[in-house]
Design a binder for this molecule. Structure first.
Ligand code: ZN
Ligand code: ZN
Length: 390
């Protein structure tokens, strides 16, 4: 495979830094999606905009095979005050590309231009630029807008940078790879009163403390020790003064799992434990359960195909066939529920190197050396999976 030229890589590093300077939050990616649409159009893609809000799809057909492939990049930034000190730091105070979505967008654009120029594939290429990956569920919004009915794909792929792996390392994993993330707000309502006369009140603070401790048993006693899960009580609010028993207490809970069945079990056990704990203290529990992102499951067959492409075009030691699971979440999981495919990581730099700073940290920055590596992988994947008949 012909690698991207240094000039091409430099041009897309400039685009990455331009996007970095102009970060936009979920569903507000107007400048970014306009930039993406304009470039794709100029290279001859059929471009559709406004899908699921600010989503863009660029479609390119070559040959007549009827096969199709979808590649996804995300475009949104985070509400973080940037502290990289880079020349291309954010122009918007309090908004920052701290997850590298600027880089993902630039890598896919670099591949888009080369594939339009070179061809070398037989079928339909759908490039999906989605809004709102960071909690907004932009993938789901694009699907509700008919993404896969309008742009059918035989298989879909996405790539996310990951600090902690050496720069350019291509990390694959078959099966469950990233966690589901659900949320619960719990309100415990008792009967307030004087702190000196607890017997005349029903204290929600003691009930809340007991609920927090009881929830620790969900992972330790109900989940198979070989299966990862997390239950975190991230907020607990009650009361104002030392001599007043408040009327209510509120808990904010985050629940993650790496197996769809464990996810369902945790939801059921959380409701049971909270309800019965509350009952034992004579307080009322209201549980507002909000399902978030699904478990991200990589299709074994598509992951194997994606892995073989990497092994064919990159040095063996640059490829990790079965990387670790992560308890973070990713809304590409919704797309993978519908269409078989695979989500891979590209190392942003190992510990002690440039790019090692973790995503969502104010000092994080996408490693520009990955623009070429990532784009070269995308080009190879398209040309191999949609390879023209000999
Ligand atoms: Zn992120
Ligand atoms: Zn991200």
């Amino acid at each position: 495979m012909e690698r991207l030229s240094d000039n091409a890589v430099q041009a897309f590093i400039a685009i990455r830094r331009d996007i970095h300077q102009h970060p936009e939050m979920a569903f507000d990616e107007h400048r970014t999606s306009a930039l993406v649409a304009e470039k794709l159009q100029a290279w001859g893609y059929a471009v559709s905009t406004g899908i699921g809000g600010t989503g863009v799809v660029g479609q390119l057909v070559r040959g007549s095979s009827g096969s199709s492939i979808g590649l996804r990049a995300d475009m949104d930034a985070l509400p973080i005050v940037e502290a990289t000190g880079a020349d291309w730091s954010s122009c918007h105070h309090g908004v920052m590309h701290a997850c590298g979505h600027d880089g993902h967008t630039a890598m896919l654009l670099a591949a888009a231009q080369a594939l339009a120029e070179r061809g070398g594939f037989d079928g339909t290429l759908n490039l999906i630029f989605q809004p709102a990956e960071e909690g907004g569920g932009g993938a789901l919004k694009m699907m509700e807008d008919g993404l896969f009915e309008r742009f059918p794909c035989d298989a879909i792929f996405a790539m996310h940078n990951m600090p902690g792996h050496p720069q350019g390392q291509l990390v694959f994993r078959s099966g469950a790879t990233m966690a589901s993330s659900d949320y619960a707000t719990v309100t415990l309502t008792g009967n307030g009163g004087h702190g000196a006369m607890p017997h005349r009140a029903t204290d929600p603070v003691v009930a809340a403390a007991s609920v927090v401790m009881a929830l620790q048993t969900l992972v330790s006693r109900n989940v198979d020790p070989q299966s990862a899960a997390v239950v975190t009580v991230g907020a607990l609010h009650a009361g104002q003064a030392n001599n007043v028993i408040p009327a209510s207490a509120r808990l904010e809970i985050s629940v993650r799992a790496l197996d769809p069945q464990v996810r369902r079990d945790l939801e059921r056990r959380l409701h049971d434990v909270i309800r019965l704990q509350a009952q034992s203290f004579g307080v009322r529990a209201e549980i507002d359960w909000r399902p978030g992102y699904a478990v991200l499951v990589n299709d074994p067959e598509q992951t194997e195909r994606a892995l073989q492409v990497a092994l064919k075009h990159f040095p063996t030691d640059q490829v990790t066939p079965q990387g670790p699971q992560l308890t973070g979440s990713e809304d590409f999981a919704f797309m993978l529920d519908r269409v078989p495919g695979s989500y891979l990581f590209i190392g942003n730099g190992s510990d002690g190197e440039v790019g090692a700073c973790m995503v969502h940290n104010p000092a994080y920055d996408f490693n520009d050396d990955n623009i070429g590596t990532g784009a070269n992988y995308w080009i190879a994947l398209v040309q191999e999976l949609l390879s023209p008949a000999p």
